[in-house]
Ligand binder design. Structure first.
Ligand code: GDP
Ligand code: MG
Length: 166
């Protein structure tokens, strides 16, 4: 199976760390500079079952000007074109405005969305349960997975769930 995936989420939730964990080695050139090129390939994951091409989606923030509007439009196009979206959040208890803005965008796309709740190494199971329940209220997720990008926990499960949808 083969297909395209994008990981979205506000800054610092662990997107780059997750990508690194997926490729298993830090050979990527990571950049958080605003992207002008659309659909830039971040990395390609290969195993015996799947080839997953991760595309970089330009930052999704509430637009403040014309350039911002243009980038959001480009981001929306990417979200509609990929096979699977991974929406990454972290263990912060409250769903912040940055998260909520992306959630609103995701409500408009038909692409399957997997929610990754990252940094579970930092929290107790009951806190995780609370976050899980909070996000479950939004009817946009096909799957919700707790992850620790930094130590690779459940990264294999994420790959499996992505592959199921390719
Ligand atoms: P990005 O802005 O979404 O790309 O986030 P980064 O990958 O740059 O990570 C932001 C910070 O969170 C860094 O200091 C990471 O080391 C840390 N981080 C990422 N994933 C995890 C995780 O699973 N657990 C913990 N404890 N920290 C993490
Ligand atoms: Mg990053």
């Amino acid at each position: 199976k083969s297909g395209f995936v994008t990981i979205v989420g506000r800054p610092n939730v662990g997107k780059s760390t997750l990508i690194n964990s997926i490729v298993g080695q830090k050979i990527l050139i990571m950049s958080d500079k605003p992207q002008t090129t659309r659909n830039k390939i971040q990395t390609i994951y290969n195993d015996e079952n799947s080839q997953i091409i991760f595309l970089d989606t330009p930052g999704i923030h509430k637009p403040k000007n014309k350039l911002g509007e243009h980038m959001v439009k480009a981001a929306k196009d990417t979200l509609n074109e990929v096979d699977v979206i991974v929406f990454l959040v972290d263990e912060s208890k409250n769903i912040g405005p940055g998260d909520r803005y992306i959630l609103e965008l995701l409500q408009d796309v038909k692409t399957p969305v997997i929610l990754g709740i990252n940094k579970i190494d930092k929290i107790e199971p009951d806190i995780f349960k609370g976050i899980y329940e909070e996000y479950s209220k939004y009817n946009v997720f096909d799957e919700i997975i707790g992850l620790s990008a930094i130590n690779g926990k459940n990264v294999d499960v994420l790959i499996e769930k992505i592959t199921d949808r390719l």
